[in-house]
Design a protein around this ligand. Structure first.
Ligand SMILES: [Zn+2]
Length: 275
């Protein structure tokens, strides 16, 4: 007889809870949430949720005290802990079922701004790994390095394109207005200042980006919109040259070995792969 496809429902629940755990970590302002760090804390009842998972070797289930949750490469979770019996060193815990992940989320405290991770997790976009070389070449544009540009054309500081949050869909209030990110320090709505979000009240800026390289491009307005929305590339405009400028926030690594993410599943690539 046919029946409900339980596997696919379980997979969906699993993915939802994984997303919610990623959000729970990220709302604390980083890619790691640490419950405790040393094995001595195991004895002292320091808070760390206790979960059941297999030991990664023998498929034997055991209890773990979770020490750390890390979000790796934007989309993947790594969970570390100490086995409640036996070894006294931190190990990565293997597969954790949704119910166990939920115990971890419940042990992470709410923040001023986020008490419930569900709605934010539902706005999380599905991202695919690619590399920076593929992102830049996706619309077949020509680019030319011109690091003198900031000296010769101050207009580029005024003309930044709207920053796109690749990880989350925008959130709207009851009037349909987009809700802008708010300052962690004072709660004021942040404003885009060049390639960053800055608090107009206290000047706070989370993880300011620095631009190391400026590339003159033959991008059309449509190219720029697509490349920022699908790949999170940063563009500004040169009034002097009458063209869009690609702003590059990293240096030193060949572009096809710079890990990048995209919302476009067709652009999924490994490091080193070409478009
Ligand atoms: Zn502020």
């Amino acid at each position: 007889m046919k029946c409900t496809d339980a596997d696919s429902i379980f997979r969906e629940v699993q993915r939802q809870i994984e997303k919610e755990l990623i959000v729970a970590v990220q709302v604390h302002g980083g890619d790691e949430y640490i419950f405790f760090e040393t094995p001595e804390d195991l004895a002292t009842d320091k808070d760390g949720p206790i979960v059941i998972a297999d030991d990664g070797y023998s498929n034997k289930e055991q209890y773990w005290k979770v020490s750390k949750v890390a979000v790796v490469n934007t989309t993947e979770l790594e969970i570390y802990g100490f086995p409640m019996e036996g070894e006294e060193y931190e190990r990565q815990i293997g597969y954790l079922e949704a119910r166990q992940l939920q115990l971890i989320i419940e042990a992470i405290p709410a923040t001023e701004k986020v008490k419930n991770v569900t709605s934010k997790a539902n706005r999380m976009k599905k991202l695919y790994h690619t590399n920076f070389s593929v992102a830049v070449s996706w619309c077949n544009n020509d680019i030319v390095l011109c690091n003198k540009l900031p000296e010769i054309d101050p207009s580029i500081w005024e003309n930044f394109e709207p920053l796109v949050n690749l990880e989350y869909e925008p959130e709207y209030d009851e009037d349909g207005e987009e809700i802008k990110p708010k300052c962690e320090e004072c709660g004021t709505e942040l404003q885009q200042d060049g390639p960053n979000w800055i608090c107009p009240n206290c000047g706070e800026c989370e993880d300011p980006v620095e631009i190391y390289q400026w590339y003159i491009t033959d991008c059309s307005q449509g190219d720029v919109r697509y490349l920022s929305e699908a790949f999170g590339l940063i563009f500004t405009y040169s009034d002097l040259l009458d063209c869009y400028v690609l702003c590059v926030t990293h240096y030193g690594t060949a572009w096809d070995h710079v890990d990048w993410v995209t919302t476009n599943p067709n652009a999924e690539r490994k490091l080193g792969e070409k478009k």
